[in-house]
Design a protein around this ligand. Structure first.
Ligand code: KIV
Ligand code: ZN
Length: 520
């Protein structure tokens, strides 16, 4: 593939995506996502914002050490301390990139930075020069570029390229642009910045008006060669451009765009599932490419057409994004360790002996209760056994009495340091009763913010997955908890206990995946 035909995919799921309200990933989860992004074939992984918190720093460092064949970027404001911290976190990466930014719009200069245009220009140049002392791969972002004075923006871009920036990123930070405008905005940058050919021009679009993908594609038509995006379009507020939509638009409309990416499209669906699971952010059913209904034909006329010839109502083959592969191979209680290991390998999980033992033991337990174990079930087991954080409390047992004519009552036993603690409570419903009983045992002051339940697979014996968000009443931070079981009440209890364990771990100084949101 010739370089001029390439669009570089810069994935910021672990940085901007993690800025989604309520999302918190721990180090293991971030590494797991980074591994999958590498399999997916993204060019750059933005692993985080190291100065934001010790947890973020540790996660960026772990990702940098883990993934190969991909560039790992760390975000830094335009000051030496941020850049030092970013470099410290990524210096062991095979291909490290420092991504430094400062706002260029008058709104941000006046109200946020309280700096003049000349001061911003100076800070941008100084930051790029400073970052270049560490690495030759330096990206500069002009935050709120789209609302910046165009001439000033062009002056900044020219100056940072002269200072050594190899990628210049043009964010529509507040998602204000429309496609035609953004196209012309990028086109004019190419016309006005004399040294623009010495840098890769990148775009970073937010989705406040639902136009992030359209704006990114318009920018590509105007000459942009890097797109910053996230899996499932997660991110600050309404999110970022969805990677899967940008990539599949370029692929499906290749004749129009004439551009290629390095993405292995058949990994898209799996990546979407993994990110949704670990972030706790559900994908809406009608979401393009990865939504549950994206390839479902409901009306009789459509079904008839597709049965006669798929292309009547389908512009993409679902297998192209790996959809039908995920549920075909089924394991059961007679499957051996070898079969499970091979299946895990094909899903991209390379486990050591001790990890495989844990997963296999759990597999046997689930297989006793459930006839067929699918890829989704296996992924849920991996998540529970391998990606979990230290468990202060574990579910020992659960008894519920519930019905239309009795007050729902739960008796719950939790294990803590080998000791069993029991409590009973009544509630508005069985889940409420369980959560009240757990609250009595743990004494952790917290509030349930949201509760969602999903069937991981089809069929009556499907594993139920419960995702909860729980706010700590003492710190105000929100923690995500997940629980999986063929019994949805057990899954509900596990999810709540998981969130409380994260809260406790965080209070002890651990990294539950929660971090103070940086002021980006
Ligand atoms: O939206 C934005 O402007 C950003 C920058 C830090 C690239 O996320
Ligand atoms: Zn952003």
């Amino acid at each position: 593939m010739e370089d001029k035909d390439r669009v570089y995919i810069f994935d910021t799921t672990l940085r901007d995506g993690e800025q989604s309200p309520g999302v918190s990933l721990n180090v293991n989860e971030k590494v797991e996502i980074a591994r999958q992004l590498t399999r997916l074939g993204v060019d750059i992984i933005e692993a985080g914002f190291p100065v934001a918190s010790p947890g973020d720093f540790a996660a960026v460092r772990a990702v940098a050490a883990e993934v190969k064949g991909v560039t790992v970027a760390a975000l830094a404001r335009a000051n030496q301390n941020d850049i030092d911290r970013a470099w410290e976190a990524i210096k062991d990466a095979e291909s490290p990139r420092i991504h430094t930014f400062i706002a260029t719009s008058d709104i941000h200069l006046k109200h946020k930075l309280r700096m003049s245009r000349e001061e911003v220009l100076e800070a941008a140049v100084a930051a790029v020069k400073y970052a270049r002392r560490y690495t030759s791969d330096v990206e500069f972002s002009a935050e709120d570029a789209f609302r910046s004075d165009h001439d000033f923006l062009c002056r900044v871009l020219e100056a940072v390229i002269n200072a050594g920036a190899t990628t210049v990123n043009i964010p529509d930070t507040v998602g204000y642009a429309t496609p035609q405008e953004f196209h012309d905005f990028i086109r004019d940058i190419f016309r006005k910045v004399p040294n623009i050919d010495r840098a890769v021009v990148s775009v970073h679009c937010h989705n406040d008006l639902g136009l992030a993908v359209a704006n990114s594609l318009a920018a590509i038509l105007a000459g942009a060669r890097q797109v910053e995006c996230t899996i499932n379009g997660i991110g600050e507020r309404a999110g970022n451009a969805a990677l899967e939509e940008v990539v599949m638009a370029l692929y499906t409309r290749q004749a129009l765009f004439g551009k290629k990416t390095r993405i292995r499209t058949e990994e898209i669906y799996r990546t979407s599932k993994l990110v949704s699971k670990l972030t706790g952010m559900k994908v809406q059913p009608n979401k393009a490419i990865v939504g549950q209904n994206a390839f479902a034909h409901e009306s009789g006329i459509h079904q008839d057409g597709v049965l006669k010839e798929r292309s009547t109502y389908e512009i993409m083959n679902p297998q192209l994004i790996g959809r039908s592969l995920s549920t075909t191979i089924v394991l059961g209680k007679h499957s051996g360790r070898h079969a499970v290991r091979e299946r895990l390998r094909s899903l991209g999980y390379e486990l050591n002996e001790e990890e495989l033992n844990r997963v296999f033991q759990r597999f046997k337990i689930v297989a006793d209760r459930k006839k067929e174990i699918t890829d989704e079930d296996l992924q849920a087991i991996i998540e529970e056994e391998i990606l979990r954080i230290p468990e202060t409390y574990q579910l020992a047992y659960l008894h519920i009495s519930s019905g239309t004519t009795i007050v729902p009552t739960a008796t719950v036993g939790l294990k803590k340091n080998g000791e069993e603690l029991d409590e009973a409570a009544c509630g508005d419903g069985p889940v409420d009763a369980i959560y009240k009983a757990i609250d009595k045992i743990t004494g952790v002051p917290c509030t349930l913010v949201s509760y969602a339940i999903d069937a991981l697979t089809a069929g009556k014996d499907a594993l139920g997955e419960v995702t909860v968000r729980v706010r700590s009443d003492s710190t105000g931070r929100v923690y995500t908890g997940r629980g999986v079981s063929p019994d949805i009440l057990e899954a509900s209890a596990k999810a709540y206990i998981n969130a409380i364990n994260r809260m406790i771990y965080s209070d002890q100084g651990g990294d539950p995946g929660d971090r103070l949101k940086a002021e980006v």
